[in-house]
Design a protein. Sequence first.
Length: 155
Amino acid sequence: MSVSFNLNGKAVTSRAEPDTPLLWVVRDELGLTGTKFGCGAALCGACTVHLNGQPVRSCQTPVSSVAGKRVATVEGLSGTRNTHPLQVAWIKHDVPQCGYCQSGQLMSAAALLQANKNPSDADIDAAMSGNICRCGTYPRVRAAIKDAAASMRKA
């Protein structure tokens, strides 16, 4: 069986088994390794991608469920820009330490800012609650999201 979908703006086709997690198709078959394997149970957020604009855990999303849909990974976050405002803010606020969770954190934050241009602390906490950072950079994540939101509102 083959599954065709849009990945970061490009048409792709996977020949993986229908129940193969999207994470492994993106990483192993399509070669985009920014999306990370964390827990394999959709609990940590490291594997977060966007499916038709909504954040999903790719470790629990069968590739068959994305047929004909749009998938975006951290590699496609900036779109036509060189750097997404979140990536700029992440660097400015020194968010990453080990960096392992960062792609999932960025994808969850991007979905939040797509839906809410001026999130409160409670909005940020709710949107990011499923993303675990073992290094504990949560205050910096929140500051970076607020900074990126302000930057995006100015643009």
